[in-house]
Write a protein that binds this ligand. Structure first.
Ligand SMILES: Cc1cc2nc3c(=O)[nH]c(=O)nc-3n(C[C@H](O)[C@H](O)[C@H](O)COP(=O)(O)OP(=O)(O)OC[C@H]3O[C@@H](n4cnc5c(N)ncnc54)[C@H](O)[C@@H]3O)c2cc1C
Length: 209
């Protein structure tokens, strides 16, 4: 599925006790290492505890359809393609490169004839389409991070001029601060705004000396 980009899917991230850490609809991408794309970047902001939690990503490939509606859609496709193999019927529902993975997860052979599918098998297929699960083994290395939340606690900074409350004459700006936001310009805005404030703050202390 490497290179496959999915639009209008829902990504849900759960922890080991089923706690939902993230749930949103949007776009995601399969890469050579696993999952990426806008939804995954946003979700990663909510996965802060890889040591403690076992995160699982659930992809709902049909978020606009509830189980009942999806089942009706499957019945329609299976009836129209009654003599076809299920892998070909699925082409009306999902990108071709995704189909083997979906069928494999649902425990269905690709050459199963549409007209021989049982109600239980149809249910398994619908459940898989609504919740394709991937265990999250970990984030990518920090060198690849879009934003790092650099480690300087914002409580130790005076927000007016970005000066350190601990060390006089020291100013912080941008990503070195423990501040991060979703992509879309917010991190750049943090860098510019804090940079501006820190610059003015540092200049004013020089004037005082
Ligand atoms: C691929 C990518 C895409 C991104 N897309 C977005 C986006 O769409 N929207 C968004 O809001 N944010 C985005 N970001 C995040 C955003 O770019 C950063 O949060 C922001 O640039 C941080 O600004 P900064 O000045 O704190 O740090 P940086 O921009 O990292 O600047 C730090 C500078 O310090 C220099 N430096 C490091 N060490 C030393 C040293 N010892 N001596 C001298 N110089 C040093 C570095 O060379 C660098 O020029 C993206 C980041 C990446 C990596």
């Amino acid at each position: 599925m490497q290179g496959l980009s999915l639009r209008n899917v829902e990504l849900k991230v759960t922890g080991k006790k089923g706690k939902v850490f993230f749930r949103e609809q949007g776009e995601l991408l399969f890469t050579h290492f696993g999952l990426s794309g806008p939804l995954v970047l946003s979700a990663s902001a909510h996965m802060r505890d890889f040591g403690e939690e076992n995160y699982t990503a659930w992809i709902d490939l049909k978020p606009a359809l509830d189980m009942e509606t999806l089942d009706r859609r499957l019945v329609r496709e299976l009836t129209e393609g009654a003599n076809k193999d299920i892998c070909h019927v699925m082409e009306a529902l999902e990108p071709r490169s995704l189909i083997p993975a979906v069928l494999d997860r649902a425990g269905l052979p690709g050459n199963l004839k549409a007209n021989s599918m049982t109600r239980g098998q149809r249910r398994q297929l619908a459940e898989t389409l609504k919740g394709l699960a991937f265990p999250i083994l970990g984030p990518r290395p920090v060198e690849e991070a879009i934003v790092t939340a650099g480690g300087v606690n914002v409580k130790e900074i005076s927000p007016k001029d970005m000066s350190s409350k601990i060390c006089k004459g020291l100013y912080f700006a941008g990503e070195i601060l423990d501040a991060d936001a979703y992509t879309g310009g917010f991190n750049l805005q943090i860098a510019w705004s804090t940079g501006h404030a820190a610059g003015l703050g540092a200049a004013s202390i020089r004037g005082e000396e």
